[in-house]
Structure formats: C-alpha cells, structure tokens
Design a protein around this ligand. Sequence first.
Ligand code: FES
Ligand code: FE2
Length: 346
Amino acid sequence: MDCNLAEIRDRAIYASGRESSRRKGFPVTSISTQGYPTGWFALDLSRRIAPGTVRRARLMGEEVIIFRTVSGQLAVSTAYCPHRGAHLGYGGKVQGEELICPFHNFKFASDGACIGGRNSAARITARLNTYPSVENDGMVYCWWHPSEPVPTWNLPKPAILSAAQSAGTGVLNGSAKEIVESFFDDSHYSALHGITLDDIVESPSSDGVRMTAVFAIRDTLPLLRHPLEAKISAYGMGFTSTLLTIPGVDFRAEIRILPTPIGPWDVKLWVTTRAILGSQGSRPPWLLSALGGCGAARFLHWGMWYLMRADRVIWRHKSRYHQPSWATTDVSNKAFHFWSAQFFID
Ligand code: FES
Ligand SMILES: [Fe+2]
C-alpha cells in the first residue's frame, strides 16, 4: 500500500478544515512545523496589492491576509481578528494606515498592534499576528519560521530588471521540497522530459541557504532545440531562479519558480519570467529572434508549465513517506537531501 496511516490522518484533517483552527494564532509556542519548510515564501504579485487593498492568501494550511496602507506600507498577517476571530479578508478595510475589522470595527496598525475601536476608546491587548514580509522583483514574500520570528537570511536580487515580466500561478499536488529538488535531479531531465543534458558544468553545491548548479542542456522545448546553459539557484524551499543563457549569444532569461505550501500536500506555484535579447554576439535561434525579449519571456513562461505537466503526474501520485533508496548516480539528489534538511524543524 502506498500511503500510511499518518498520511490518511493528515488528509482527513486538511479536508475537514481542522488543520486551520489547530494552527491559528501563529507564531506558536511549540516549534513543530507539521512538516512544512521554513523560510521565505511567495504570496502574491505586488501589483495586485495597491494601497488600500486587502487580499487573501493561504500559507502552511493557514489563512493569511496581505494588506497595504494608503502610504504604501505592506503587511502580512493571520487572517483572523484577535478579538472574536472574524476573517479580515472578507470585509476588512484599509483606512489610512489602519486595517479595520468588519465585525466590531477594531483597528490594527501594520505591525499588528490594536489601536482602538472606531467609535469608542475600547482596546484589546491581543495583537494581530503579523509575518515579516518583503517585495522582490514584483512579488510579495513572507517569512515563515515558528522559532525564528526575525528573518535570518534574505532572498537574492533579480538577475534581470529592465524587461517586461510574465507571471502566473497555479495550484498543484506535491511538496515544495519535491519541486525544488526536481531542478537538481539531473537524471530526470532526459528520462521524464526528453531534455538532453550535454554536460554538468557545475555540480550541485551549497553555501548556507543557497544551492546552485549549472547544466548545459538542449532540446528543452518544442521549437527550441538550441544548446542553453541553465544556472539554477535555490534559496530554501520557496524560491528557485534559473538563469538561461546561450553561449555566444546576447540573450539572458530568468525564470523564477516559487512554490508556496498551502496544505500538507498542496502547493501554490508562482512562475515569473523576464528575458533580454540584445544585438551583440552571434545570431540567436530563429524562434527567439522572431519573438524578441518580451515574447521570449512569454514563451519560456509557457514552456515551464508545459514541462511541468510530466512532473505534476509524478508529484501527485508519488509516496510522501518513501525513504530514498539511493542509486550510485544520485549524487545531486543526495546533496540536495542533506542541504534541504536545514529548512525542516521536525
Ligand atoms: S472580531 Fe474583529 S473586531 Fe471583533
Ligand atoms: Fe521536471
């Protein structure tokens, strides 16, 4: 049998919604993360959070909200009002620098402090639990770590800024760890995707919270058979960046794949892409010439979702509790396995 009792229990809890109520009130006193990874995780596109906006999101089985005050201050917090538990993503409003709960009109500052009721001097001492948040290359991220309330590391700067960005999202079954690992799993490129791996230019290596590798690949996508070099960087389990270049050609693209766990085996995946095609160097492949930088970004964006069709079948149906039986060729996977352990507390 492929799944065990713990998996059946987790799925039953998630389906019944009890997962949320058990974990409400983050940060928790226990350091159990129920198997979720710690670090930075993408929640939404910055452009969707205009000043005065409140938006809902889901993170580690919890409901959260993202809001921006009129002056532009961004905040991420639990969705539930500390007074009587109203969901602030349904009717909560930003007025000036405050978030107002629709149920009894208590007001909260962007740091979570209650600053009174609208029509009285009423106060509550409980705070709205907030998460550290940052914006990076048009995306809102929040820091999730039950025992480290202050972020201990930062995300990298974008490799390309001066180009239009393609962005999209989708929900899939699987774990963030499986998704990030797939980038370093060199043996699955040809087996599952039919991509030719010409060379491992740099074997996967880690430096603290970052793991990198460089692969020379071709036959990546329909109509794009040209040799490419892919520099892959992962920062924790919520962030990967693939910098694609073509040797000798003035072309660069950055594809960011950002998995955010929303339930025990569900991930909201964000993909953002930017590409630049210059006129220096040798002639680019005809497809990229025809598309230009902006079109190339869109094509690569589509291509990532296209490639992941095969991964999604594997992730959806594979065992969560399988202990790896390492093959002699699993050097990269093994390195990933030991590096990724630092992001899991339990
Ligand atoms: S539940 Fe939010 S103010 Fe009462
Ligand atoms: Fe894959």
